[in-house]
Design a protein around this ligand. Structure first.
Ligand SMILES: Cc1cc2nc3c(=O)[nH]c(=O)nc-3n(C[C@H](O)[C@H](O)[C@H](O)COP(=O)(O)OP(=O)(O)OC[C@H]3O[C@@H](n4cnc5c(N)ncnc54)[C@H](O)[C@@H]3O)c2cc1C
Length: 429
């Protein structure tokens, strides 16, 4: 009996998950390698960080996702190296064993990690959100800051703990700032009655002049206005020059003005860069990367000189597509078709073509902005579109149903059900 081609997929995020699904019923064996045991719906991480959704509602275990796909084996482990000549991937597993997985096709989909632009030392004081652990840690920091503010008798300390700064006013920063403002307003009114409301501050800072830079100017203006209405202070045109446990300093270029904001919680939402495995793969395959470190791939998502290696999602530069979920999903589905063509099962899919479904961002529990082609939506209509798209992309009917129920509950009552702190230690201040 001849062996079936073996496809190794590294990373089960949006790209990897859809590549594996696209190989359902294909005459191949698929091994999915991921350092986590779950697929994570990153666009809703901010809702886990702001006590709205429990972490398990936005993640689903791979073994559960693929229980009905017999050609898939799941390996929980971190891909650390690739031997492109011998066609094998080195994986470090939980048992600390190194496993060599040989492949006929390799699909790399390792995504991105936060980019601190050379200030890696800020990661511990200004955490970013990229994993479930990050979101839970952030939730505990926010709840811990409110409790610390409530327990201190020092006025200055209280002000500091009631100040939350978000660096980066792209969709993630805007969503986080808006949600924190809504959460803080509600909790201070009903649950932290001893705290002075006027001391609660959310600062949203960005080096650029606008919030939501990739959006139409009218939608940006709408978002800025609505954030101000929620009480969010916009601090634009200045970048972070120093961050520590007590404060954030913003500056506008060398010799420009500087402002230090006493903030007990600083959150990083200023950018991402390709996962470091991208550089490992580029070096092994002799592949080019762009100025951001993303792999340059051909129009069939393969690496130059290596048609058997396909790379997708946030780690690649393909036609300048943005690092958002939809390109990763479409590229994942596409590479499955490429593989099925190469093994003689399907006609050639041709070059990859992106179907632009637009971009959207939520501002507050009742407001969002969305644009697609010439269509512009804002307010409740955009929020409904946002909700439909996000629920649509969540994996599993159970998750869709529970998330919808929790949103409805929060909209109706204003209550957040995830206010239980798991870790009570706070960074020293
Ligand atoms: C907070 C946040 C909010 C976002 N909001 C939106 C939004 O509203 N709309 C939108 O379109 N996009 C949003 N994005 C971007 C979107 O999530 C990404 O563009 C998308 O996840 C990219 O998919 P991917 O498959 O390339 O990578 P990912 O989905 O990041 O998946 C990468 C996978 O690879 C695994 N992995 C990494 N390295 C290794 C390794 N060495 N070995 C094994 N496994 C590895 C990871 O565990 C992960 O499962 C958001 C991102 C974040 C962080």
């Amino acid at each position: 009996m001849t062996q079936r081609p073996h496809v190794v997929v590294i990373g089960g995020g949006f790209g990897g998950l859809h590549a594996v699904r696209g190989l359902r019923d294909a005459d191949v064996d698929v091994t999915l390698v991921d350092k986590a045991n779950h697929h994570l719906f990153q666009p809703l991480l901010y809702q886990a960080a702001t006590s709205l959704l429990p972490p398990a509602d936005i993640a689903v275990p791979f073994r559960q996702v693929f229980e009905d796909q017999p050609n898939v084996t799941v390996v929980m482990g971190t891909a650390t190296d690739v031997d492109v000549r011998g066609r094998s991937v080195t994986v470090s597993t939980l048992s600390d064993e190194r496993r060599e997985l040989s492949y006929d096709f390799l699909v790399a989909a390792v995504g991105a990690v936060p980019n601190y632009f050379g200030h890696e030392e800020w990661a511990s004081v200004a955490p970013a959100m990229k994993s479930l652990e990050d979101a839970v840690d952030l939730r505990d920091r926010v709840l811990g800051a409110l409790e610390t503010a409530a327990s201190t008798t020092e006025e200055e300390q209280r002000r500091q703990h009631l100040t939350f700064a978000v660096i980066g006013a792209g969709p993630t920063g805007v969503e986080l700032a808006g949600q924190l403002a809504a959460m803080g307003r509600r909790m201070l009114t009903d649950q932290y009655r001893e705290l002075p409301h006027d001391q609660f501050r959310i600062v949203l800072a960005d080096a650029g002049e606008h919030v939501l830079a990739p959006f139409d100017p009218r939608l940006r203006d709408h978002a800025g206005r609505k954030l101000r209405d929620l009480g969010v202070e916009l601090n634009l045109g200045r970048s972070a020059v120093a961050v520590d446990h007590e404060s954030l300093t913003l500056g506008s270029g060398p010799g420009g003005d500087r402002e230090t904001i006493a903030a007990g919680t600083v959150i990083w939402a200023a950018g991402v860069q390709p996962h470091h495995f991208t550089a490992t793969l580029a070096a092994a395959a002799g592949a080019d990367t762009d100025g951001k470190g993303r792999l340059k791939v051909g129009l069939d998502c393969s690496l130059a000189g290596h048609p058997e290696i396909l790379a997708i999602g946030d780690m690649v530069d393909l036609n300048g597509l943005p690092g958002i979920a939809e390109p990763a999903i479409q590229e994942g589905r596409y590479v499955a078709r490429v593989i099925r063509h190469r093994i003689g099962e399907r006609p050639s899919p041709g070059d990859f073509r992106y179907l632009d479904l637009g971009i959207m961002a939520t501002i507050s529990p009742a407001d969002a902005v969305a644009q697609r082609g010439r269509l512009r939506l804002r307010g409740a209509a955009a929020k409904l579109a946002w909700a439909a798209v996000h629920v649509g992309f969540l994996v599993g009917w159970g998750h869709k149903a529970t998330v919808l129920t929790k949103w409805a509950w929060t909209v109706a009552t204003g209550n957040r059900q995830q206010q239980v702190m798991l870790r009570t230690t706070r960074a020293p201040s």
